[in-house]
Ligand binder design. Structure first.
Ligand code: GDP
Length: 497
């Protein structure tokens, strides 16, 4: 190995270390907004953040006396110009940096009537130096002051949007910075490996810097790549849970697809009719099934349609089916033979996308008479549920099967390492793993196997791969390249958050 040559070639070619954080905002203005939801409510929370918060609090309470930090105090809230009392409410003073944004913050908890809220907001607008906040601006300021990283800000946004228990759990873990911590741990290991490699490049000819160092670096990088690939193998679980699992009800016409849709969403959202071919548009509703979000679609019956409108409905049904994460295949129990082979053939005729899990629903069980067919109907690995949309028989079993499928697809948001909830997380982590895989291939780009001898090829190239890998981790937390994604991340926040 031409190690010495590689050392010499690499000298002086290493990049500067990552800057530790995005520069804090230099904004001197103070923002305010209603942070609780709009509309009539018992208590409304109005927040201000920035250097003028203290003055604003003094102006609106009509006294220079500020309550002790983080202690609620009852005050009259006044218009600073007319001195008219607008309300009597609780005020809280959060001096920076121990506040949500890291800046001086004040909160006014007032009665939630629209006239009170608009009166207080107008009064704040009359305080010099204060202006209404943009959507997500409080969180953006918190990010810029290092109170939360980008992945945690995404977690906060998801927490505000969470509709189900599992979504809330996942979002909370992210908001509490678990993914950021994991990325920083990997990043620290990479930084250390890089430091050792750079020391070797610089001082490799000295007696006391052994080639053993290189072997250790290689071991660390291999272990990191393994961990990161394991995280990526977790699939799209986190993204599925955040966005909702797309489930499509598919089947021949008149088997009860719309009836099942209505039964699951507990309202007559879809038209049910004995005439085949009534459903043409794709109907969609988001449901909470066992704490997991299910985005359920009712589609046109899959058959050869001659009517052009129905034909379009079937085309849309097929398109929706091809994007499904889960298929609810519905058949009329009176028109299929209950053998695994016959059920398998009926299921295959629907052409569910390969690899996508299916649940087979045998509907109209009430027509079987008596207690319905024996529950031992099977169809390979596909769960089969006997149901009657008319009587509700079999609904608890179907909900149980659906919950199991959702758990399989989304995982338990409380166990294991934090899931990747955004496509950008997987993208950066994938790029990080790819850079680590290139480590050790040298310029030749061959095998990538790093021998125990510590032969890692061109050291300068290897070091550059570690820097690239570290940069990709930094992108997840916003340590690197945050400005490019800030707008995308913060545009979904509401005003006041
Ligand atoms: P789709 O065309 O597959 O969406 O089926 P629909 O939901 O429109 O139902 C077609 C017909 O089957 C309607 O007359 C429904 O009342 C009837 N139907 C649906 N579910 C059941 C059921 O569980 N039992 C019985 N007996 N009839 C049902």
């Amino acid at each position: 190995m031409a190690l010495r040559g590689a050392v010499r070639a690499a000298r002086g070619r290493w990049a500067r270390p990552l800057s530790s954080a995005v520069t804090p905002a230099g904004t001197g203005d103070t923002i305010f907004a209603l942070s609780s939801g709009p509309g009539r409510c018992g208590v409304a929370v109005i927040r201000a953040s920035g250097p003028g918060s203290r003055g604003a609090l003094q102006s609106l309470t009509g006294t220079p006396e500020i309550p002790p930090p983080r202690v609620m105090a009852l005050r009259h809230i006044r218009d600073p110009q007319s001195a008219e009392t607008l309300d009597r409410g609780l005020v809280v003073w959060f001096p920076g940096p121990r506040s949500f944004t890291g800046e001086d913050c004040a909160e006014l908890h007032v009665h939630g009537g629209p006239a009170v809220v608009s009166g207080v907001l107008q009064a704040l607008g009359r305080v010099p130096g204060l202006r209404p906040a943009e959507p997500g601006e409080f969180t953006l300021r918190a990010f810029r002051r290092g109170k939360l990283d980008l992945a945690a800000a995404e977690g906060l946004r998801d927490l505000l949007a969470a509709r189900t228990e599992a979504q809330r759990r996942q979002a909370l873990r992210h908001m509490e910075g678990e993914l950021g911590r994991l990325c920083r741990r990997w990043s620290r290991a990479l930084t250390q490996a890089l430091a050792h490699l750079e020391a070797f490049i610089d001082f490799g000819e000295d007696e006391d810097v052994e080639e053993e160092v290189l072997r250790q670096v290689a071991v660390t990088v291999r272990a990191l790549e393994r961990d990161i690939r394991a995280q990526l193998r977790d699939g799209r679980r986190g993204e599925l849970l955040r966005a909702g699992v797309r489930a499509v009800i598919a089947g021949p016409p008149n088997v009860g697809k719309s009836s099942l849709f209505n039964l699951l969403c507990r309202r007559p959202a879809a038209i049910v009719s004995p005439m085949a071919g009534t459903t043409r548009d794709v109907l969609e509703v988001t449901l909470d099934i066992g704490g997991y979000p299910l985005v359920l679609s009712d589609t046109a019956g899959l058959r050869h349609a001659t009517d052009p409108v129905e034909h379009e409905g079937v085309t849309r049904a097929r398109a929706r089916l091809s994007q499904a994460d889960l298929v609810l295949a519905v058949l009329d129990v009176t028109s299929v033979s209950p053998t695994p082979v016959a059920l398998g053939a009926a299921l295959a005729a629907l052409e569910p996308p390969p690899g996508v899990p299916c649940v087979l629903v045998l509907n109209k069980a009430d027509l079987l008479g008596g207690h319905g067919r024996s529950p031992s109907v099977t169809c390979g690995a596909t769960p089969v549920t006997l149901l009657s949309c008319h009587t509700g028989q079999g609904l608890p079993e179907l909900l149980e099967v659906l919950t199991q499928q959702l758990v399989q697809l989304c995982g338990d948001p409380l166990s294991g390492s934090p899931s990747l909830t955004q496509s950008r997380h997987s993208r950066h982590l994938g790029a990080c793993a790819a850079a680590l895989a290139r480590f050790g291939r040298g310029d030749s780009g061959d095998s990538g196997d790093i021998g125990d001898s510590g032969d890692i090829g061109d050291l300068a190239v290897a070091a550059e791969q570690l820097r690239l890998a570290r940069r990709e981790l930094g992108r997840i937390t916003g340590q690197v390249g945050a400005e490019e994604v800030l707008e995308i991340i913060f545009r979904d926040f509401c005003v006041g958050k």
